[in-house]
Design a protein around this ligand. Structure first.
Ligand code: HEM
Length: 202
């Protein structure tokens, strides 16, 4: 039930940020829009793909895996364009890079995200690492780093909401609801991981 509420909250929030940012109105406008689409929207759906309430609920496990990485590919495209726009926007305005907590954590999240995507190939084709690691261990490590990447992304979005850009546009209640939603999403994904793999890691 809580899963449902939080996922729906994620979709509503993504639409809300898109409405606020009005993509196309400026180069900056693409950054919050695409980053929210990538993480609050698509990465959340990719993680919940394996739950029975997910987008591929009731399908074969192999179909869920395919849907998981296809949705993550879309998230990668949204993230890549969202990153380039903020970087280029700063260049155009001759502003220094990575000067805020949001910007610095955003860079770390982005590195983690792309590493996780690349390493995901080995989870898709575990035979590649057969001589080094068992499939089950590989999956647990993938889950651990996935949880860390998602957690870092949720904190990055929450810090993005703390920016003057967002605070100038919304009342305090909306700000706290947005931050709260991302913190809850982070905790529910941590719980999901711990329930599935904790005994494997400990
Ligand atoms: C609703 C979501 C978001 C909003 C409202 C937002 C807002 C902003 C704002 C206002 C800036 C310029 C000021 C600064 O440098 O801190 C910025 C920069 C930045 N953002 Fe975001 N952001 C969001 C999501 C994200 C996400 C999810 C990531 C990464 C995963 C991210 C990565 C970055 C980076 C790396 C910079 C600094 C770029 C540079 O200094 O060249 N942002 N963001």
């Amino acid at each position: 039930m809580l899963h449902h509420i939080l996922r729906t909250g994620g979709v509503v929030f993504t639409l809300f940020v898109t409405y606020l940012a009005k993509p196309g109105s400026s180069l900056f406008s693409y950054h919050p829009t695409l980053m929210t689409v990538a993480f609050t929207g698509l990465m959340t759906e990719a993680i919940f793909m394996f739950s029975k309430y997910g987008l591929a609920g009731g399908r074969l496990h192999s179909a869920k895996i395919t849907a998981h990485w296809l949705v993550l590919m879309l998230a990668a495209v949204a993230h890549g364009v969202g990153y380039v726009t903020i970087y280029y926007n700063k260049e155009l305005n001759s502003k220094p890079h990575y000067t805020s907590w949001h910007g610095s954590l955003g860079l770390s999240t982005s590195v983690l995200f792309w590493l996780q995507l690349s390493v995901g190939i080995f989870v898709r084709y575990p035979k590649l690492l057969k001589s080094v690691m068992q499939g089950r261990t590989l999956k647990a490590i993938h889950g651990l780093f996935g949880m860390m990447t998602f957690g870092a992304a949720m904190i990055t979005v929450a810090l993005g909401l703390w920016s003057n850009w967002f605070q100038d546009k919304v009342p305090k209640l909306t700000l706290y609801s947005g931050v709260g939603l991302h913190i809850l999403l982070m905790f529910i994904v941590c719980k999901k991981f711990l329930m599935k793999y904790a005994w494997e890691i400990l």
